[in-house]
Write a protein that binds this ligand. Structure first.
Ligand SMILES: Cc1cc2nc3c(=O)[nH]c(=O)nc-3n(C[C@H](O)[C@H](O)[C@H](O)COP(=O)(O)O)c2cc1C
Length: 205
């Protein structure tokens, strides 16, 4: 299956069969995450492989009681380091230059003086697991496996369940397994013509 076929095959599944995931397949899915690009090649994500039934149920509870999560044979905890703070950086730090350009000095200063240091760290790290997680969903799809992103999550509670150190947080869950049943319908998408523009916005339909 090529990448485009995996993209089309992937869809959110919320009811998994108990069929285990072969270990070599799971390793390939994790390997796909390892090869994800990251800003400045920061690579500040790590991946908890949760198979323990009690832990899976606790994580499902932390995800607003989305108990279907625990039906997956494996729940990947997509974690990131959350200690990034622009105030700690040297003036010539490349990430500081990039973030100034993207968000402006004013917001950076606000974030530096915000008392909720953990909250600021979470905001900076929030997007970090998205590319590794996407690699995992597509690799899983290519092996006939199914996944569902879970972002509706009490991040503090999930991080506690996994005994993460204080400078890490579990930002998303990714249950992986074989679908117990095919979904009746696929989610729709906005037509491409409405999503694209060529060269400048005025040309957008
Ligand atoms: C970042 C992110 C967080 C999500 N969080 C949840 C969630 O907590 N629970 C859930 O059931 N689905 C969640 N989803 C799945 C979306 O509802 C789903 O991907 C979307 O409806 C499109 O459907 P599809 O994945 O089948 O194409 C999440 C998706 C993304 C990308």
């Amino acid at each position: 299956m090529n990448v485009n076929e995996a993209i089309i095959r992937r869809r959110a599944i919320r009811n998994f069969a108990s069929t285990p995931i072969p270990d070599d397949v799971l390793q390939e899915i994790l390997e796909a995450a390892r090869w994800a690009p990251s800003g400045g090649n920061g690579q500040n994500c790590c991946y908890g492989v949760v198979t323990d039934e009690t832990k899976k149920k606790e994580l499902a509870q932390a995800a607003g009681d989305q108990m279907w999560i625990a039906s997956a044979p494996v729940v990947i905890a997509l974690c990131s380091q959350i200690s990034y703070n622009t105030a700690d950086l040297q003036e010539d730090d490349f990430s500081l230059t990039v973030n100034r350009l993207r968000f402006g000095e004013r917001l950076l200063r606000h974030l530096e003086i915000c008392e909720d240091r953990r909250g600021v760290g979470l905001l900076w790290a929030n997007s970090c697991p998205l590319i590794p997680g996407t690699h995992m969903t597509l690799a899983a799809a290519s092996f006939g496996l199914d996944t569902c992103w879970v972002g509706y999550l009490d991040v503090a509670r999930a991080s506690e369940i996994l005994n993460l150190p204080g400078d890490y947080a579990c930002l998303y869950l990714l249950p992986i397994g074989y679908a117990a049943a095919e979904p009746e319908t696929r989610t729709s998408r906005i037509p491409l013509a409405e999503l694209t523009f060529y060269n400048t916005w005025e040309a957008k339909r």
